[in-house]
Design a protein around this ligand. Sequence first.
Ligand SMILES: Cc1cc2nc3c(=O)[nH]c(=O)nc-3n(C[C@H](O)[C@H](O)[C@H](O)COP(=O)(O)OP(=O)(O)OC[C@H]3O[C@@H](n4cnc5c(N)ncnc54)[C@H](O)[C@@H]3O)c2cc1C
Length: 385
Amino acid sequence: MAAVGGSPDVIVVGAGIVGAACAYELAAAGADVLVLERAVVGGGVTAAGMGHLVVMDDTPAEFALSAWSRQLWNELGPRLDARHAFVRCGTLWVAEDDEEYALAQTRRQSLVRDGVACEWLDAQQLREAEPALREGLRGGMRVPDDGVVYAPAVAVWLLAQPVAGRIATRLDAGVERVTQNGVALAGGETIEAGAVLLANGLQAAALLPGLPLQAKKGHLLITDRYPGTVRHQILELGYIKSAHNASGTSVAFNVQPRPTGQLLIGSSRQFDSVDPAIDAAVLARMLARAAHYLPGLPGLNAIRAWTGFRPATPDGLPLIGPADPFAGEDMHRSTWLATGHEGLGVTTALATGKLIAAQMTGAGTPIDASPYWPRRFARQEVSHG
Ligand SMILES: Cc1cc2nc3c(=O)[nH]c(=O)nc-3n(C[C@H](O)[C@H](O)[C@H](O)COP(=O)(O)OP(=O)(O)OC[C@H]3O[C@@H](n4cnc5c(N)ncnc54)[C@H](O)[C@@H]3O)c2cc1C
């Protein structure tokens, strides 16, 4: 990470929540960081997402990153203000039938064993916790330390913090190419640096061809203000199945209470579309699923619906670490990646920043970093012939 003359130690490409968290941690470790953003800070997928801060445990590596990062959010929370809309509202996972009830019991045992606070609610307690839910649900699992946040505002905040090193941010600075010494911008300008970190989401694949990234389209809808309608982020347990589908279209009940009193309703997952337009049929399916759990929902006014594209990898884990073997011979020897966070990138951004800074500065990492290394895909290709 040696800087060249007056050049920055690190160029971070992309100022979404992931790039901002990485820039913040690198600068906190003393690096001089230049963030290059082609549009505005936090305006990419970060602005399109839900900002649910949630421990997910589909694999040990997903658990390690999300649990650590959620802890970092809960430590950061008291330093944020109303603009950042950080609320530790907890997640309520709803079991509809016996199969989901059994799944919830197993998940709860495993989360508790791993030190995550998690309570079981029977049908009666579930109704008391969330009276707007329909009758007849089997029970629920409450994870009280999960929360929500408005990630675009946090990205701005992270880049503005006084830290040991310096963070400079340039907007309207689209990177076209990684060069041997730094990057080349769209207008032809070149900038040298000690290292280059690509944190530009799905667009990282345009700079490193062959990167295993795929867009997973999602719809969200926000209502008018109805304070107190729900108190937790509420999800059906079937969300886990939907979240890990590797093809096709799926919807799941996922509703978030915003501090404004609005309800943010999700969620859909689509692999077969790169069209940002709202797909009326998918949106209707998603809302019908939500109304199946919250019968009062069709009576509320919707204000706006939108879509976003989650940057997904084939194994559902992000790409965090050295960019080899995807970086070409003609690129900077110290090219790094922090992308592919799919539907968990807000949750896992803070831990990603720490993992990147620790590896780039040669410090030890508090969790095993190897499950997230991009080179795991090259290994698979080799072993599968
Ligand atoms: C519908 C939906 C719901 C979601 N819900 C949640 C949730 O509840 N919880 C959660 O944790 N996550 C959620 N996510 C996922 C989360 O939003 C993303 O994982 C996260 O925002 C990714 O952040 P990022 O910084 O990697 O990417 P981005 O926010 O896309 O940032 C990348 C930045 O790079 C810039 N850029 C791109 N190319 C270049 C270039 N060549 N040069 C310069 N700049 C460039 C872009 O303009 C952009 O600002 C959701 C996503 C969607 C779509």
